[in-house]
Ligand binder design. Structure first.
Ligand SMILES: Nc1ncnc2c1ncn2[C@@H]1O[C@H](COP(=O)(O)OP(=O)(O)O)[C@@H](O)[C@H]1O
Ligand SMILES: [Mg+2]
Length: 235
């Protein structure tokens, strides 16, 4: 059984329909990427899974349980973490305080994330536990946002455009950290524009256009087919 099964979801903002039947499966431990140009529905797919914008139609099953229609905080409690595009940290709280308030128990039988484990993954944060969130660099903020989600001990993590606005060196750093997260057993859905990032990490890729999945395949298959990249991804 896939860990997450999204089946034919339709989602609207008011009268404006944005998703037109998105279907995708995610197996435990995989990195599945959602790619496509701006405005195709990547963020809305994540918001629909997370219960932040409820699908009007279709089903979302997490570990066999129907979650479409649940409130976001209930979905979060079941073990799905969301790292939104706009990095939401508390600017007046220190790095450590930002981590501490996100703390939640681990599921039975899993190694829990705590600050020590988070600092092992993000050594930069270990150097600055007392620094207010508001004065961090873009890269540090992205690391802190991911680290905060980990403190909630999710089993599935939704990462929305983690490389956006970061310098190339920092992007590489975040990419390696996402890889380590996968190696720790976490399942990850990644929305990204950065093709290098995607090809390096993804087990499966879904290309979206106008709220529909237009192409699905492995990272290797995408890499091998320049015409797909040109059709759906080149600006
Ligand atoms: N809060 C909102 N209200 C109305 N329309 C929205 C809202 N958020 C996104 N949209 C629209 O939904 C479409 C898909 O957006 P989004 O899911 O953010 O795409 P992506 O993440 O792929 O860039 C776009 O046309 C966007 O303008
Ligand atoms: Mg988006």
């Amino acid at each position: 059984m896939p860990q997450l099964e999204v089946n034919d979801i339709h989602t609207s903002y008011g009268l404006s329909q944005v998703l037109f039947g998105i279907t995708l499966d995610v197996e435990e431990g995989e990195i599945v990427s959602l790619v496509g140009r701006n405005g195709v529905g990547k963020t809305t797919t994540m918001r629909s899974i997370m219960g932040l914008t409820k699908p009007s139609q279709g089903s979302v099953k997490f570990e066999g349980k129907e979650i479409a229609g649940l409130a976001a905080h209930q979905i979060s409690k079941l073990g799905i973490g969301f790292v939104p595009e706009e990095r939401r940290i508390f600017p007046d709280l220190t790095v450590w305080e930002n981590l501490d308030i996100a703390r939640r128990p681990a599921p039975a039988g899993r190694e829990a994330w705590d600050e020590e484990r988070v600092y092992t993954l993000f050594p930069d944060l270990k150097e600055i536990p007392d620094r207010p969130g508001g004065v961090l660099s873009g890269g540090q903020q992205q690391m802190l946002t991911i680290a905060r989600s980990l403190m909630g001990n999710p089993r599935l993590l939704l990462l929305d455009e983690p490389s956006e606005g970061l310098a190339p060196k920092v992007v590489e750093n975040v990419r390696d950290q996402v890889k380590l997260l996968k190696e720790s057993g976490l399942t990850i859905i990644l929305a990204e524009q950065n093709l290098g990032f995607i090809l390096y990490l993804s087990d499966k890729v879904h290309i979206l256009e106008k709220g529909e999945v237009k192409w699905s395949g492995t990272g290797a298959a995408l890499k091998a087919d320049k015409s797909i990249v040109e059709q759906y991804l080149t600006v």
